[in-house]
Design a protein around this ligand. Structure first.
Ligand code: DGJ
Length: 719
């Protein structure tokens, strides 16, 4: 059983994988958090709840009780998980448990992305109903525990059962006290072209807050925060991770109180969110996914990878080998016509590429980024045969055809804007702030959602498109929809996200065979929310092989290799000016969804031959990199070497990828200790050498890396 209720102790114990999470309904019907950590022995269920505590009993003042769903105004002083302003203007709430149920499986989260089950045996869900007797606010707290991993998916459903309007001012999908603060906090920080670097800082009394108010999860922070023991590393020590399944503004917090207790929270960002709940109305929070590991960060990441790859991402491409693609963006930018594209496609087809992706610039009068977003009509000057003609020619070469869109945007210089100047996010009487010379369509409005669905669908159903790159290239300004009344204006950003999710749900369901890849100026919206609709995301606009080591390593803290777009681009690299070998670029890119992002027509015969070999090797390895267990072995943030590996589910194959940035003379060769192998099995390399699994893990394997920007990719198979 995953969820057990101990009636005398009034505790619910949620257990799965190596994790337990314990809740308690106290005698005053408050919902308290007792435990989240290493799986408890089953006889723990008969313990008295006070035994979980460092305190002798639960008779604690309200301000230090371990509230599971903290609220404000009645004795607790932190950030409330549910903050409500009443019609009278006060912000006092007091939630008490009314009832609880346990069900098999996991209910959907309507209108929002969420993890899911395929059979009821995979998970159980606890639903706890709480009520504030004065306002009539009801909150259902949902906890799904996944049997295999112990990951816990949480969300809240609010309902106003009272007779006056309420305003939700704070909404955290998870807010969990940890009973200690001798911890570090780890998050993913960055900027455009430098997304998701791993940041680790000691937790200190007070608040650590990471957030986005941009209307997108953003390049700067990722909706993820973990706490870990000081001693925790990639392979050992306890880690508590919180990931937010949402693509808009968010906050993640670690508050350490004056008793040395850390509280880990993720949820909506109150700077740009509030929600009016009229009597009878409901609101669901996005989902938070909590993962505990006592095997360090790899243990945490492997749980996220399996869950997000297999039970968050959906659709017909979830379990399929991803096509090797070529994208023309860095090859041509806006400077292309049909002939130039076909020349690239022909070379691509000759080396075994499977998908040709036409990026920005195929529509309207778009020859630079200053116009035409919203006018999704092909530019016949560039493509005289239209998209249909081009895709037919591409298909004739044996390639699939993919197309770029930026559907959420409008250029002021576009027919769409001239027809509907009020459809963009703006505030009447203020200038409309442009970024990249574009404005954002107001997706909180149903008519705008309908326009996007029909404009994109019209192209997809008529043009032989097999793949879509869904881009989004700026953050929100003036995000106070003119279509909403004043008391609902602060709902705009969340309504936008709900509108976007509706559009994505509709379009991806209408075209179930298409492969969708999300993008946002590179990795500006690389989050679990978007992954639900599109199984892969363009990791970053930085395609430099050296920078990619950090990008892919950092991204892997939460996201599986199957979600990362990774392309070989030209040298000198367009973002860094660095030149690396084709081998190094390819060896880095094969750890994600492999592609090219350059003008293959400029390749020499030798380069084409080398690229052809790489493509055939990628095809041989891509199912292992997509489905294998990913191990981070040496960090690019800590030295000149990077190493990671993919181990097949039966542990009989391992792909070791190792890289050196700058070489140093007169040093011993690199030895890398592998992980997750069968200790008794003999693994054979391509050159016929055999290694014992235990020795590979304990003593390691020597890797030959010579010269700056060098790489080694080694496949070992158990015989
Ligand atoms: C930003 C993306 O990250 C790039 O790959 C490219 O698609 C451009 N947008 C096109 O405008």
């Amino acid at each position: 059983m995953s969820i057990e209720f101990n009636a005398p102790a009034r505790t619910w114990t949620l257990s799965g994988g190596g994790t337990s999470y314990v809740l308690h309904r106290d005698e005053e019907n408050r919902l308290l958090h007792l435990y989240w950590g290493r799986r408890l022995p089953s006889d723990a269920l008969r313990w008295d709840p006070a035994d979980y505590f460092s305190f002798a009993s639960l008779d604690l003042p309200v301000n230090i009780l371990p509230h599971e769903l903290p609220v404000c105004g009645s004795g607790w002083y932190g950030t409330p998980a549910v903050g409500i302003r009443t019609a009278g203007g006060d912000e006092v709430t007091d939630l008490r448990v009314v009832s609880a149920t346990v069900d098999a499986g996991k209910p959907p989260l309507p209108g929002l992305p969420a993890t899911y089950t395929e059979t009821d045996e995979e998970a159980q869900t606890l639903s706890v109903l709480l009520r504030d007797s004065v306002t009539g606010l009801e909150v259902t707290a949902l906890y799904t525990v996944f049997e295999a991993s112990g990951a816990i998916a949480r969300s809240l459903r609010l309902k106003n059962t009272g007779s006056s309007a309420l305003t939700v001012t704070s909404l955290l999908s998870a807010s969990v006290p940890l009973w200690r603060s001798d911890l570090d906090a780890v998050h993913l920080h960055g900027a455009w072209a430098r997304e998701r670097s791993i940041i680790r800082v000691p937790v200190v009394p007070g608040d650590l807050r990471i957030a986005s108010a941009r209307g997108a999860s953003g390049h700067e922070e990722n909706p993820f925060l973990a706490l870990c023991e000081h001693r925790a590393d990639e392979h050992s020590g306890c880690v508590w991770g919180a990931s937010f399944v949402y693509s808009g503004s968010f906050q993640a917090l670690c508050h350490v109180d004056n008793f040395g207790h850390a509280r880990l929270s993720v949820g909506m960002n109150p700077e740009v969110f509030s929600w009016l709940l009229e009597p009878g109305e409901t609101l669901a929070s996005p989902e938070a996914v909590l993962v505990f590991s006592d095997a360090g960060f790899n243990g945490m990441s492997q749980q996220y990878h399996a869950l997000y790859r297999d039970r968050l991402a959906r659709g017909s491409w979830r379990d399929r080998s991803r096509p090797v693609l070529i994208n023309n963006w860095e090859g041509t930018y806006f400077d292309f016509d049909e002939q130039r594209l076909l020349a690239i496609a022909e070379k691509a087809s000759g080396i075994g590429v499977e998908l040709f992706v036409l990026d920005d610039g195929w529509f309207g009068r778009r020859n630079s980024d200053n116009c035409s977003l919203g006018d999704w009509k092909v530019n016949l000057e560039k493509l005289p045969g239209g998209l249909t003609g081009l895709s037919a020619k591409i298909h004739d070469m044996g390639l699939r055809f993919g197309l770029w869109f930026e559907p959420e945007m409008v250029s002021p210089d576009s027919d769409l804007y001239r027809a509907h100047p009020d459809w963009c996010l703006h505030v009447d009487g203020r200038p409309r702030t442009e970024a990249r010379q574009q404005l954002i369509l107001d997706l909180s409005r149903p008519e705008v959602q309908d326009y996007i669905i029909s404009a994109v669908s019209a192209v997809l159903s008529s043009s032989g498109v097999d793949y879509v790159k869904w881009d989004m290239n700026r953050n929100m300004t003036e995000a106070w929809s003119v279509s909403l009344p004043p008391e609902r204006k602060k709902e705009t950003q969340h309504r936008y996200m709900l509108g976007l999710y509706h559009v994505l749900e509709t379009v991806t369901s209408a075209f179930p065979d298409l492969l969708f890849e999300s993008c946002s100026g590179g990795g500006g919206r690389f989050d679990p929310g978007i992954l639900h609709y599109m199984p892969q995301t363009w990791t970053s606009d930085d395609t430099d092989a050296v920078e990619r080591l950090k990008l892919q390593y950092g991204t892997s803290l939460v996201y599986p290799a199957s979600s990362m777009g990774a392309h070989v681009s030209a040298v000198p690299n367009h973002q860094t000016g660095r030149s690396t070998s084709l081998k190094m670029r390819s060896d880095v890119a094969l750890s994600g969804n492999f592609g090219f992002e350059l003008d293959l027509a400029k390749f020499s015969a030798e380069e084409l031959a080398e690229a052809k070999e790489m493509v055939s090797r990628v095809k041989e390895l891509r199912d292992l990199t997509r489905t294998g267990t990913f191990w981070r072995l040496l960090s690019p943030f800590e030295g000149r070497y990077t190493a990671w590996s993919f181990v097949s589910q039966d542990r009989k194959q391992v792909l070791l990828c190792a890289y050196q940035v700058l070489s140093v003379p007169n040093t011993a060769p690199l030895r890398v200790c592998l992980r997750g192998l069968l200790p008794d099995a003999w693994y054979e390399a391509k050159d016929g050498r055999r290694y014992l699994g235990a020795a590979l893990m304990q003593q390691g394997i020597t890797v030959s890396l010579r010269g700056d920007f060098s790489s080694s990719v080694m496949l070992l198979k158990a015989r």
